[in-house]
Design a protein around this ligand. Structure first.
Ligand code: C2E
Ligand code: CA
Ligand code: CA
Length: 774
């Protein structure tokens, strides 16, 4: 049994049945009781009336006999006299009348005489009582007869008796008419069980006694028992079984005789009305049941409707349809259940569809929507922009997770501002966000949006009193014939990873080549560690020259990788990759070690060492153990700190200015020099640079190379130089390739220069040789 509705209907019907049936049966049985007692009283009444009637009939019947018995001539007991009287008085009711003498001999008018002294009723009569015989066989005619005997008294002394024969048919008819009901029967039975009268139907049965009848035919057993039990009572009623029927029977004694009248009726017949009543009852019960069922159906359906509705809503919700809501129609518990359901669905929707941190739609929703789009005809309209924060973990590491969360929220807000209304923004994974378009992009729309996002995310973040900046990488996926076979989310992730590989703050559109490239990139990344242990890396050195006297003042160590399969690799081909997978710190430590080894080697042969400048990557610089590691290595080789210069970029230095200042101060206190590398291409403001404890500034080679192309570049370089002079920094110009560049820099009082014009990066042996030659 599944549905609440069926249960409700069945329960209520059971309740109705439970109420109606006992009521019906109770009423039926109490009616039956009343009716049976009514019938019983009625049959007893009929029996009594019949008894009275029979009594008066008998009285009437014997009255003429009693009158004759008092006749003088009869009393005389003189037969001839008596005969005359009998002849004259013949009563049509008496079939034959005779005078009985005191010896029991009966004298008939036809002059026959019979000895009846052995008959019971004769003895009774001769003892002075009016008596009736039972049904006996007449000795005179051989017929079944009932005899009545009236004693003849003379001065209260019995002289004899008058006897008359009764036709038992008369009594039978009498009894018959007194039956109760259509098939009712009446009997007259003496105390001995003799049938005085039987109903017409039983006339063929010659048995004269009920007990005899019971012996012959056991269907009379119960009747015989009933008769026996009634023997001692004047009147009463009861019932007994007779031939598959229950007979209700009343009885009453007939005065002056030892007879009883039994009036019986078939119970079913007597209770015919009751059966009728029962049928009516059953009919009524059925009608009321049908009515109640319909009512129950209607009421239950009405009550159960919201439950059924809720159950189907729950089922839909369970299948993932979170838009279903219940419309409460009542204020009862069901109504509030419905409202709770709605609130629950709202919460589930929020929990399952929205990212709790940024309140943006989440990865789950994005993946589902992309999947539906891909499988629909609209797949060609799908476009994706993935924005990922580079090295996001370093924000968590440096400032804690609360700061990381705050940055993510701010990034979400900024991307949202750049997202057009017909695009949707999602938080994908961790530090990745995705902007999805579902219409054909117009022109370079996706690129324009990406650039806006890039610019917006590049603005510095003022969060919790900190001022930080981030780098991002952006990938674009657009449906084309070429990209149709790709999984859009994987493709856009690859594009973003590729953008990250080519450098920070890049935008990369997906094309199938990227995938292959990325595979190569991954391989290269895994090769780094083995490359270090297998001594595949080496250092080359490029001199920094005093522009006045052309003397080498410092040299910069630059790394090279002799890859067993790919040949000689330049830093641009692997430094970023090493930054991405974290192996850059291993590289930086390797460089530091090798630089120190070189200085020690010079010291060992007592040659004047060069000050060596080392490039430090962001990840290594941000490491809390950065300073101790440097100190440790220098101590290991016994190197004076003043022989080491560290090159860091502006971005690295100002990412977390306060911490940078602390570290740089520590290093400078030891005597280590600090140079800002690639100066000018960063986005830092001067106010930050001024605060940094540094020794030199290396003007990025792009400015030097632009000098001969534009007046503005020249102006910018001279401004930077004079600014650095004011701030008392050494100025080093990178990438000097021509005499013109050199002249301009000298004119503007630049101190030191570096570039192919002086020397390409070369091995240490070559560099030393060149210096000696120069
Ligand atoms: P950087 O620190 O700016 O290094 C100077 C780069 O400019 C070197 O490229 C050098 O070969 C190149 N260069 C020097 N003079 C000229 C010139 O006149 N014209 C032109 N076009 N280029 C010139 P390189 O060696 O390929 O290094 C590239 C970058 O890789 C470096 O830029 C530096 O940021 C990084 N790098 C190099 N070695 C290391 C290292 O050992 N550790 C780390 N962390 N980064 C390194
Ligand atoms: Ca450098
Ligand atoms: Ca540089």
């Amino acid at each position: 049994m599944k549905s609440v509705k069926t249960k409700g209907i069945l329960y209520s019907l059971s309740l109705i049945l439970l109420a109606v049936l006992p009521l019906g049966f109770g009423a039926y049985f109490s009616f039956k009781k009343i009716l049976v007692s009514e019938v019983n009283q009625a049959i007893v009444r009929v029996a009594e009336e019949t008894a009275d009637h029979l009594n008066s009939y008998i009285e009437q019947f014997i009255a003429p006999l009693v009158g004759i018995s008092q006749n003088e001539q009869i009393i005389s007991m003189d037969w001839p006299l008596q005969r005359d009287i009998l002849n004259a008085q013949i009563n049509p009711y008496y079939l034959s009348v005779a005078v009985l003498d005191s010896k029991g001999n009966a004298h008939y008018v036809d002059e026959t005489t019979l000895d009846l002294s052995d008959r019971e009723y004769i003895t009774e009569a001769l003892s002075g009582n009016i008596s009736f015989s039972e049904v006996i066989t007449s000795r005179k005619t051989g017929e079944h007869v009932i005899m009545v005997a009236v004693p003849i008294f003379k001065d209260k002394v019995i002289q004899g008796a008058l006897i008359a024969r009764l036709n038992d048919d008369f009594l039978s008819d009498f009894a018959l008419t007194r039956g109760y009901g259509e098939n009712g029967r009446a009997y007259i039975i003496s105390d001995n069980g003799a049938f005085i009268s039987r109903p017409q139907q039983e006339k063929d049965d010659t048995t004269l006694n009920i007990y005899e009848a019971a012996q012959k035919d056991n269907s009379f057993d119960a009747f015989a028992e009933f008769v026996q039990n009634s023997n001692s009572k004047q009147s009463g009623f009861g019932s007994y079984a007779f031939q598959d029927e229950q007979i209700l029977m009343g009885y009453a004694s007939v005065h002056e005789t030892n007879w009883k009248i039994y009036v019986g009726t078939v119970e079913d017949e007597a209770l015919d009305n009751l059966i009728h009543l029962a049928k009516t009852f059953i009919g009524l019960i059925i009608v009321s049941l049908i009515f109640c069922s319909l009512l129950a159906f209607y009421v239950v359906r009405r009550f159960v409707k919201p439950i059924v509705e809720l159950s189907s809503l729950f089922a839909k919700g369970a299948l993932g349809n979170l838009t279903v809501r219940f419309m409460p129609k009542s204020n009862d518990e069901l109504g509030s259940l419905g409202q709770s359901f709605n609130r629950m669905m709202d919460s589930i929707k929020t929990l399952t569809q929205y990212d709790p941190l940024t309140s943006l739609l989440n990865q789950y929703v994005l993946e589902k929507e992309v999947e539906t789009l891909v499988n629909s005809e609209g797949s060609q309209k799908l476009s994706l922009i993935m924005v990922a924060i580079d090295k996001f973990s370093s924000i968590n590491n440096s400032f804690g997770y609360a700061m990381g969360d705050a940055v993510l929220c701010e990034v979400a807000v900024r991307i949202a501002k750049c997202t057009p209304g017909d695009y949707q923004l999602y938080r994908y994974k961790g530090d990745e966000f995705i902007v999805m378009g579902t219409k054909f992009p117009v022109g370079d729309e996706l690129y324009t949006i990406s650039q806006k996002i890039l610019a917006a995310l590049h603005e510095r973040y003022q969060i919790k009193g900190k001022n930080i900046s981030i780098d991002v990488s952006i990938g674009i996926f657009l449906w084309t014939e070429e990209t149709r076979a790709e999984e859009p989310l994987k493709a856009v992730t690859n594009a973003m990873n590729y953008a990250r590989y080519i450098g920070s703050n890049q935008i990369q559109k997906y094309n199938p080549l990227i995938h292959a490239n990325l595979l190569g990139i991954r391989q290269l990344q895994t090769d780094i560690i083995s490359g270090i242990s297998e001594e595949q890396f080496s250092l080359v050195y490029q001199p920094m020259v005093d522009l006045e006297n052309r003397k080498v003042v410092q040299i910069e160590a630059l790394i090279r990788w002799k890859h067993p399969k790919r040949g000689l690799l330049y830093p641009d081909q692997f430094i970023d990759l090493a930054e991405q997978n974290g192996t850059i710190t291993n590289i930086d430590i390797w460089v530091m070690n090798n630089v120190c080894k070189q200085i020690k080697a010079w010291k060992d042969i007592r040659q004047k060492p060069f000050i060596i400048s080392i490039n430090v990557s962001a990840k290594t610089f941000e490491d809390k153990k950065f300073v101790p590691i440097i100190v440790d290595i220098m101590n290991q080789y016994g190197i004076e700190p003043s022989l080491i210069q560290l090159e860091i970029t502006e971005r690295m230095a100002i990412k977390n200015v306060d911490e940078s200042i602390m570290k740089l101060n520590e290093l400078r206190t030891m005597g280590i020099r600090i140079a800002i590398d690639d100066f000018g291409i960063g986005y830092s403001s001067l106010s930050y640079i001024i605060r940094l404890p540094i020794d030199s500034i290396k003007i990025d080679k792009s400015f030097i190379q632009n000098m001969n192309k534009s007046k503005e570049a020249r102006a910018l370089v001279s401004t930077i130089i004079s600014l650095c002079k004011t701030l008392k920094y050494n100025v080093i110009a990178e990438g000097i390739e021509s005499i013109e560049e050199l002249d301009y820099l000298k004119e503007n009082e630049c101190d030191v220069g570096q570039g192919y014009y002086f020397s390409k990066p070369v091995s240490i042996e070559e560099l030393v040789k060149n210096c000696q030659a120069g």
